[in-house]
Design a binder for this molecule. Sequence first.
Ligand code: ATP
Length: 243
Amino acid sequence: MSVKVKNVSKAFGDMAIINDVNFEIASEQIVAIIGPSGCGKSTLLRLLADLETLDSGSVDIDDNLGASRSFVFQDPLLLDWRRLEDNILLPLEITPLASHNQEERLANVLKLTKLSEHRKKFPHELSGGMRMRASLARALITQPQLIFLDEPFGALDEMTRESLNLEIQEIHHKSPSTIILVTHNLNEAVFMSDKVLVMNQKGQISKEISIEKSHPRTSDFFQEAEFHQKLNELRSALQGCES
Ligand SMILES: Nc1ncnc2c1ncn2[C@@H]1O[C@H](COP(=O)(O)OP(=O)(O)OP(=O)(O)O)[C@@H](O)[C@H]1O
């Protein structure tokens, strides 16, 4: 799905949070939104996901009939009393989606997220990384064409985050969708994205950085000159928006 954001603004009370934001995302691109704490990243993501109403402007999503969208939050929000597989199946129970091939879909997302052997476990028996994979699997079970990720790996250690970044690259390759990711992590933003949107304290997009490297990216990308050049570009852009 492609996304076109035109002149979007949002205030909470008299506090302007998002200020005349414009950008476009092509179908199957991965885009990261990064910026100082409190600048409005989550609010922008929620506006795009229709979880918050716009004050002005428009968000046009080129929607295929019946195509689904999924949202993954920083907290995996698993139900403690349900086994992993029953947590992952939850969206199929609460939406009117076709459920005739549930077992096939479940097996597929368990495989994609490397959780097949843990499917009978309860959330408290899983590590933090596994719980986040479960949250991803639950988002993937509806076969979404658009996925919103709100700082999904913020609570994880750097090694687990990197391995999940690699897994998302693989998942995106095997089952392409448009992904919009809010992150605080500069490495993650550059590694994952076709485009990084830098937000400033005024709730504006102060810079767009394009990263041409093709997908799926592997850990070799971390060593490449392009990665370091884009990382430096991003670092400078962020220094410029702290005022
Ligand atoms: N529902 C709401 N009502 C009132 N104010 C809100 C609401 N949601 C967010 N805000 C305010 O909007 C501003 C932006 O919040 P938001 O969570 O979008 O920022 P963020 O860039 O994602 O922050 P962080 O990086 O710290 O997670 C903050 O000042 C926050 O207090």
